[in-house]
Write a new protein. Structure first.
Length: 314
């Protein structure tokens, strides 16, 4: 019998050619921001909204929203990560120059889609068609994407909303396979006294990353997360990004036979960014349901994803 991990490994090649279902029933390939647009929902961020978001800072407390990334970080197969520290040109010497200067450099050998990450708009599509109707054959290049690379993403400065699903279900870790759809999202938002608005960044706290290093097998095998209906609801609200403290954001096992359909709805059809493996524990403990969200994405030309450390400020 296939385990969930083996099943997901087998499905990995299908992530770029998932079942279309309702996707084909509507023309989602034309962005509301025009045929040349490459930043999607980041267009919702305006100077006025940035000013309003900054006014949420009351006590000056900051939160790292990233987990640490290292060789032991569990990730979707076959992703891996390794760092090597070197001292180039210094072997056998006391240093460089009369002042004997010494230094360390580092080399990363690994995948970008590991640890805390943002999925760019070139990450996942529908039958090789991506955000704003971009066909893979026209923009994919092994040396870097010619369109939709993460270097195009502007600074994401917005109002952040945390939905504490663990508190909602009265547990430290929400059970895998638990889908967050309209009912669950609205219930938690009402309980917390927050309203989801256009231009927001919405994060879910589930307790899932607390499994890392303790039960990596369970962590990789499934997760609670955003459902299909919930994804349509949030994109309908005009959010900039949706994230969670889990490795794929969306609920696993999937709600249907479709593969990564939530990713399709967010990235390809609406240009809404995905934030994975967010460190939401401290924010949830402080009941920081509304905050200033700040993220500068690494400007690696043509990259599909980015290892990130967003900051929440209250």
């Amino acid at each position: 019998m296939l385990t969930k991990v083996k099943l997901l490994t087998l499905l990995a090649p299908l992530a770029l050619v998932p079942l279309v279902g309702r996707a084909a029933a509507q023309d989602w390939t034309k962005s509301k921001w025009g045929p040349a647009d490459e930043i999607g929902a980041a267009n919702y961020i305006t100077p006025e909204l940035v000013v309003k978001a900054a006014q949420l800072v009351k006590v000056g407390r900051t939160y790292n929203l990233a987990i640490e990334t290292n060789s032991k970080t569990p990730a979707f197969p076959p992703r891996s990560f390794k760092i090597t520290i070197v001292q180039p040109g210094q072997a056998g010497s006391a240093g460089l120059g009369p002042n004997k200067a010494t230094y360390n450099d580092d080399i990363i050998d690994g995948w970008v889609g590991i640890g805390s990450q943002i999925d760019g708009l070139g990450h996942l599509g529908v039958e090789h068609i991506y955000y704003n109707g971009n066909k893979l054959a026209d923009f994919m290049d092994p040396t870097g994407l010619k369109k939709l690379g993460v270097e195009k993403i502007p600074p994401l400065v917005a109002r952040g909303v945390l939905l504490d699903m663990a508190a909602h279900y009265g547990t430290d870790i929400v059970k895998e396979g638990t889908a967050f759809n309209v009912k669950e999202i609205e219930e938690v938002a009402k309980k917390e006294g927050v309203e989801i608005r256009q231009g927001d960044v919405v994060l879910f706290h589930t307790g899932w990353t607390s499994l890392i290093g303790k039960d990596d097998k369970r962590y990789n095998a499934g997760e609670p997360g955003l459902g299909i209906e919930g994804a349509r609801y949030l994109t309908g609200k005009g959010v900039v990004a949706v994230g969670a403290d889990s490795w794929a954001l969306e609920v696993l096992p999937f709600e249907s036979k479709s593969v990564f359909e939530v990713h399709q709805i967010l990235l390809a059809m609406n240009g809404t960014y995905i934030l994975e493996n967010m460190n939401t524990a401290a924010l949830a403990a402080d009941k920081g349901y509304e905050f200033l969200f700040v993220l500068g994405v690494p400007r690696i030309t043509g990259a599909v994803q980015g290892i990130v450390n967003p900051i929440a400020i209250r």
